[in-house]
Design a protein around this ligand. Sequence first.
Ligand code: AMP
Length: 396
Amino acid sequence: MNVFVVNCGSSSLKYQLINSDTEEVIAKGLCERIGIDGKLTHSPAGKDKYEASVSMPDHKTAVSLVLEALTDNEHGVIKDLSEIGAVGHRIVHGGEKFAKSVVIDDNVIEAIAECNDLAPLHNPANLIGISACRALMPDTPMVAVFDTAFHQTMPKKAYLYGLPYEYYEDHKVRKYGFHGTSHSFVSKRLLELIGKESGESKVIICHLGNGSSITAVKDDRSVDTSMGFTPLDGLIMGTRSGSIDPAVVQYLAGKLNISLDEVINILNKKSGVEGISGVSSDFRDLEAASEGGNERAKTALEMFAYRAAGYIGSFTAAMNGVDAIAFTAGIGENNITVRRMICGYLSYLGFELNEDANNVRGQEIMISTPDSKVKVYVIPTNEELAIARETLELVG
Ligand code: AMP
């Protein structure tokens, strides 16, 4: 069966068509600048890439252009839409309503909309993607796969904040965690690699990309994670501050004479390693600047690694040990220096870095020496494939 995986942002739509039998990507692409002007980039497997600037006033138009591209005589990959057996939608926030993926019906759509407050930039866009696909493929089964669902197994002691309890009860203020699809996908693979698919296991997944989070996974269930009520919490990221003393927000608003919204915008978009270095949010640029003697870029990298090591340590303590650790996502899979810096903090675990193994990018490999007590791996993530698998499981 072919599964159409859709990831809708406020002005973008990423998609993949995956053959769920072979798990091959038949085509993938991106619609950008929806509601502004519109650009489609469509990459069919084994054929030339197709790019077009086309008017995309809304997401429905974008979905319809993608479906045309998929069925086009020249750059298409299927004859008609009946060859799409199911659609898997990435949904950012499922609140406490969704602890796993679900088949989409009217009730599910309503429940997702009730989570809009928790992810005002993302969930409404995700819902627009669902309604656009339903309008064009009314008889095709669709599945919602949530970024937050994997973390719904966290215990109360990990997800509650030290706030008056009624804010949790009345306003759902708690830690939710994100990147759940990736953490779940990579932790399953890690458990396979260390031969602990069933029974007791303690692993830590470091999803390090533009947005970064680290998750403690005990017996195949998320028990704590570094992101919180929003994806702003936890690690220092490309442009996000990660955890800070909340009193800084009020202090900065007063000093700079700006609103709370403006401070939060600074914490989301102008902070992190970009804010610290003044160079870039991209770790390749940071590394080059640091090697060229830029002290602030060097400090930014050191801060990133220090905080990541802190989470690994705290989750190791929370689980009373760790069997294995995995690095994934753009930085985790590709940045040799950052991995080495984080690993430099882990000798207390009886871990030693295999420098030769670490000297690779984008491939699955064990980077701990054979004698290390704790095994450390690089495992490429694949959120689209994870969504396709979940979709197939529910409607296949
Ligand atoms: P993501 O959000 O997962 O796409 O990750 C983006 C981050 O991954 C950026 O900071 C990139 O610098 C980093 N990254 C991607 N490819 C490489 C590479 N080949 N070498 C070093 N860093 C990389």
